[in-house]
Design a protein around this ligand. Structure first.
Ligand SMILES: [Ca+2]
Ligand SMILES: [Ca+2]
Ligand SMILES: [Ca+2]
Length: 294
């Protein structure tokens, strides 16, 4: 079943107008209707199901529910959502710009700038879910688990490093919804090749990454030396905010060394535990740096 708590957090990243908590009480309140609508929009498609499977395999998180039920629901009950997903994908550049602005200027800097998009792509789904919210199948899918962190709540699972990184990857899926491929290297590293569209390439260990054409996301997914062969002006370098902070200033403060070498810009964090070489690149625009929440 879909893991609810983890996904509640995902929404915050894009400031989607959905409140954070609701009760698993056998009915769907307005918060849960909003939340369900967001889930169907962002993850109710085969590409997202497959990407989440990749995340689960790579990080083996405790929260390992398949998203297949979301895609099945869209196919069987609400195929109109497909065109709204396409609209969201067509607006990927705005989503990325939103996160870039929040990273560079800080929390709230881009507040409200996506409201018209949410009105367009989310409101029709909310109307749909609202009309079927007493259907037991819909309730079973979307009645949320509230986790009371202060109490002795078995639904509350303490997030470990891999869970945080897995959730950060899921956030990346919402910021780059037009992704053609989502790939993660093995813990010991390796090589990833993108396509002519958007690719989300997650680096672990010593890696060589080639994004190809399109707005690609190069994601720091664990320690190691990341060599990006073709970091272009349309691409982004993505840092998990749990480890690097929420803002560009936070990320820069974690820098251990920077050198502009003939082969390209080289940066090191955490005493060199995380290294990135931008091959043949000597300057990076501030808005190419994204901090993503788990
Ligand atoms: Ca409920
Ligand atoms: Ca690409
Ligand atoms: Ca590219």
């Amino acid at each position: 079943m879909v893991q609810k708590l983890m996904l509640l957090l995902v929404m915050v990243a894009l400031a989607c107008p959905v409140p954070a908590y609701a009760e698993k009480d056998g009915v769907l309140d307005s918060q849960e209707v909003q939340f369900a609508s967001w889930l169907l929009l962002a993850f109710g498609k085969p590409e997202a199901v497959a990407a989440n499977d990749v995340i689960v395999r790579a990080y083996a998180p405790q929260f390992n529910g398949s998203w297949q039920p979301l895609a099945d629901y869209v196919t069987a009950n609400a195929p109109f959502i497909g065109s709204l997903q396409a609209t969201l994908e067509a607006n990927q550049a705005r989503l990325v710009a939103y996160v870039a602005k929040e990273t560079v200027y800080g929390y709230g800097a881009a507040k409200g700038s996506l409201d018209d998009l949410w009105d367009r792509v989310l409101d029709p789904i909310v109307a749909h879910v609202d009309s079927v919210k007493t259907d037991p199948k819909v309730i079973a899918l979307f009645d949320a688990d509230r986790c009371d962190e202060d109490g002795d709540d078995s639904a509350c699972i303490e997030l470990e490093i891999n869970d945080l990184l897995a959730d950060m990857c899921r956030t990346a899926l919402t910021v780059f919804p037009a992704f053609k491929t989502f790939q993660i290297t093995s813990e010991s590293g390796g090589r990833l090749n993108g396509t002519d569209g958007t690719d989300i390439l997650v680096s672990r260990g010593d890696t060589i990454l080639w994004g190809g054409p399109g707005a690609d996301a190069f994601v720091v997914g664990w320690v190691g030396h990341m060599v990006i062969e073709d970091f272009g002006p349309e691409d982004s370098i993505v840092f998990p905010s749990d480890f690097f902070g929420d803002t560009l200033q936070d990320i820069v403060s974690k820098l251990h060394a920077v050198s502009d070498r003939p082969e390209g810009l080289h940066v090191e964090f955490y005493d060199g535990a995380v290294q990135i070489t931008f091959r043949n690149v000597h300057t990076i625009d501030a808005f190419q740096v994204l901090a993503l929440d788990s």
